[in-house]
Every structure is written in C-alpha cells, then in structure tokens.
Design a protein around this ligand. Structure first.
Ligand code: GDP
Length: 445
C-alpha cells in the first residue's frame, strides 16, 4: 500500500540503530542519510527532505539524545515528531460558518477524486448531524452531473444541478444559485464540486477562482491524488496561486503509490491536510490525523514500547554495575539469576517479544519458551554454594551431581544452565559495549 516501501526502509534504518548504545556523530549521519534516501525514493520533494533531515540531524546530535537512556529510541521519537510536523502538526478540523450555510468548495485535477469525495464528505456530514446539499458545478465533463447524482443518491443527500437539457450552463451561476437555495431550504452545508482538467490550465483556474469569489467558501479543499508522484507539488502550487485553498484532501491512499509527494503538499503549501480518502466506497474516508499518519508511516509495530520495556527490565544502573563486574570478571551466577528474575518482573516475556515487528518469525521460539525455565534455574542456582555461584569454574562433575540432586534436576539440566550462563556472560559483554540486551535462555533473537 501507499508508504509501504517508505515504512520498510525506515524500519530497517531504525533496526540498525537499535543495536547501538551511545550514538556517535557518524551513527547519526548514517541514519540521517538512510532516512534522506528513503524519503527521496518515496517521492517526497527535495526541499521538504532537506529541511526534514537537517532538523532530525540537528536534534539527534543534540543534548536530548546524548542524555537519553536509550539514544536509538530518542532518535525514533525525533523522526516521529518531525514527521508529524511536516504533516501539519495538530489535527485541523473542518471549519463551519458561524452563520450557515457553510460553503465547501472542492478543487483539483480531473480524476483526483473530487466527485467521490463530495459523496464521502456528504455522507460523513449527515452522520455528524448536518443537512448538506451537493452542487454540480462541473459542467465540463459530460457525465459529471450524473455521477454526482449517483453519489448523492448513495449518500442520501440531494444534488443541486442545472435542469437537464438546458445545455451547458454557467458553473459560477449554478454555484451562486445553490448557496441561495441552501439558505432557503435550510441546508447547513453546501458542497460544490468543480470541474477539473487533466493538467493545470488557465481557463479552469479562472473558473474555479470565479466560483470562489461568487460563493465566498468557508473551506476550499484541494483534492490531490496520492498516486501522481512528484507532480503533486507543482500542481498544488499552481492551485494555490490560481484559486488558493484552505485545506488539502489526500485521495487514493489505498493505492500502491509511494505517497511521498502527497506528504510534501502540506509542507510546501503551508495548508493542512484535513481528510484522507482510502478507497472508492463512500465510507473509505476519514479526518486526517498527522500523528496517526506518522505512526502509520513509521510502522514500527510497538517498537517504542518494546524498547521502553527492555529498558525497564534492564535498567541502566543495573547494566552499569554488570558492565563493571564484567570488566573485573566478577559477573556471577547470582547476577545471572537476578537478571532472570528482573526479566520476569518486567512482565510476560512472551508478550514483550510479541511486540517486536516481524515477531512472526519468532513464533517457534516463543512457543518453545517456557517461563517455568526461570523457576528451574532458580532451583539449580540456589543449590550451589556461594563459592560456586561466584566462580562457576569450580563446577566439576561431582559438584554438578550434588547440585542436580539438591535441586531435583538432572546433571544435563545443570550443564545446560552453566552453558547458558556462559552465553549470558558473553551477551553481557555486548551490553557493556552498549548493545541491546537479549533474553537469557532465548538464544539470539
Ligand atoms: P474527479 O474527476 O476529481 O471528480 O474524480 P472522481 O471522483 O471521478 O474519481 C476518479 C476515479 O478515482 C474514480 O474511478 C473513483 O472511483 C476513484 N477514486 C476516488 N477516490 C478514490 C480513493 O480514495 N481510492 C481509490 N482507490 N479510488 C478512488
């Protein structure tokens, strides 16, 4: 779907970052370069990309990341915030007139999805308790009026159109008459569908500008097809100069477009995206939320909360202590046990791993993982003498046999535990170098 590729690329970039502890300037540069490439490949306009990556870079090299418990997480958050920013920041709701009717004019190229949007908007407004009317001011395209009537019937909303057979009317007059009619008939919202062309042309712009002048709309919504790629920015600028608009509607977000150009529109024109269209049906439509769209684009699963949980399970101070112990070779089985208990305290390991994006591949491992393992580990370690816990090298055959008997386990169990401890100790070294902790007993994730 739209943004699919961009999402994958960004996820990949962050995945690499996730294995880092402290970030060096070159880590940040590498990440920013990847983000820049991913955005450009997704058709986001160069100016927007430049500004975006410059901001991310500046913040990622700054103190907020330096001081963060988990720098990678902080960078993901920065990218998310900046993405919300280029998408317009706060959600911008449709504005209604103080004195009805509210007039909403739709503008955009032919095929952008204006007529479909008119129906979607009408249906949505009815649900919100309004009494809209649709206006057919597209008198250029032969079947535009009929199409609007079909859509109106589907939405259960009346359509104001020139009488059939009266020939080509004057769209400006139709629009003006429609507003007057809405006042009399107590329709509180007037939605004006206007003509589009395949490309931007002066005459169409003039007509749209005249309709705007004649009806003084509360909102002029520029409908842009997410599939049109880099042309989106040029088209948006042309409409901004020719008619100007108060908000943007992204249509066809369900398609296979790269979508980045549509993302640039809000940033380039300074006009907010108000709605998103995601299909041909009248219900495939929703108010646009910059934050939700950003999360969708980043598509990191619950990566943020995963990082957070791993962080809690393995808090910084403890990690530092362990690192110290490793440095002095004093990481013991007691520490190992404490870590396991900490992990258990952090909640279900399965649940935590389930939040990893792409956890599907982990299913086997998840199913094999048995939390009773921790209980068995406790039993074995508690059957050891303090000296053995401090120095597992003492554990010869007879000691292992004694421990197995004492804990009700087999020697194989004891051997496996010692092996896992050694793996964990190795893993702790990675952590000490600033890597991500893995789960003892899970093997590498
Ligand atoms: P207009 O010329 O701007 O009025 O565009 P239309 O409303 O006639 O839409 C052009 C085509 O795009 C039609 O076939 C619509 O069914 C289709 N369309 C409109 N919006 C969407 C959308 O959000 N997703 C998809 N997949 N198709 C859409």
């Amino acid at each position: 779907a739209t943004f699919g590729n961009l999402s994958d690329r960004l996820a990949e970039t962050f995945k690499q970052l996730r294995t880092k502890g402290k970030l060096s300037a070159s880590d940040v540069d590498g990440t920013v370069r990847e983000i820049r490439r991913a955005l450009l490949d997704a058709d986001v306009s160069l100016d927007v990309v430049k500004e975006f990556t410059a901001r991310v870079r500046e913040r990622a090299l700054g103190d907020e990341v330096n001081r963060a418990l988990n720098p990678a997480q902080q960078v993901v958050q920065i990218v998310n915030e900046e993405l919300v920013g280029i998408l317009g920041g706060q959600q911008r709701r449709l504005q209604f007139a103080k004195n009805p009717p509210t007039v909403i004019m739709l503008a955009g190229l032919q095929g952008a999805g204006k007529t479909t949007l008119a129906g979607k908007l009408a249906k949505w407004l009815v649900k919100e308790g309004h009494t809209p009317i649709l206006v057919a001011a597209d008198l250029q395209r032969p079947n535009a009026v009929t199409q609007l009537q079909v859509v109106g019937a589907q939405a259960g909303v009346p359509v104001f159109a020139p009488e059939p057979g009266t020939g080509v009317g004057d769209p400006v007059k139709v629009a003006r008459d429609a507003v007057a009619h809405a006042e009399r008939a107590l329709h509180d919202v007037v939605i004006i569908d206007t003509a589009g062309r395949l490309g931007v042309d002066a005459e169409m712009m003039k007509q749209a500008a005249n309709i705007r002048k004649a009806t003084n709309p509360d909102e002029v919504l520029f409908v842009i097809d997410a599939m049109i790629g880099q042309d989106a920015v040029t088209t948006a600028k042309a409409f901004q100069e020719g008619v100007d608009f108060t908000g943007v509607v992204l249509s066809k977000l369900d398609g296979d477009a790269r979508g980045g150009a549509a993302l640039s529109v809000a940033s380039v024109t300074g006009r907010p995206i108000i709605f998103a269209s995601t299909g041909e049906g009248l219900d495939d439509f929703e108010p646009f939320h910059p934050d939700r769209m950003a999360s969708r684009i980043l598509d990191l699963g619950d990566i943020l909360s995963l990082i957070e949980q791993a962080q809690q399970a393995f808090d910084e101070e403890e990690a530092l202590k362990v690192a110290e112990k490793l440095a002095t070779e004093t990481f013991t089985l007691d520490d190992f046990l404490k870590q396991m208990q900490q992990l258990r305290g952090a909640g279900s390991i399965k649940k935590m791993l389930g939040m990893l994006p792409g956890a599907g591949g982990l299913k086997q491992q998840l199913d094999n993982f048995d939390e009773r393992e921790i209980v068995r580990t406790e039993a074995i370690i508690q059957s050891m003498t303090p000296a053995e816990r401090k120095n597992p090298k003492l554990l010869n055959g007879s000691r292992r046999l004694r421990i197995a008997r004492g804990s009700g386990m087999t020697v194989t169990d004891v051997n496996q535990l010692v092996q896992r401890f050694e793996q964990a100790a190795k893993m702790m070294k990675t952590v000490a170098r600033g890597g991500m902790p893995q789960i003892p007993g899970m093997g590498p994730i």
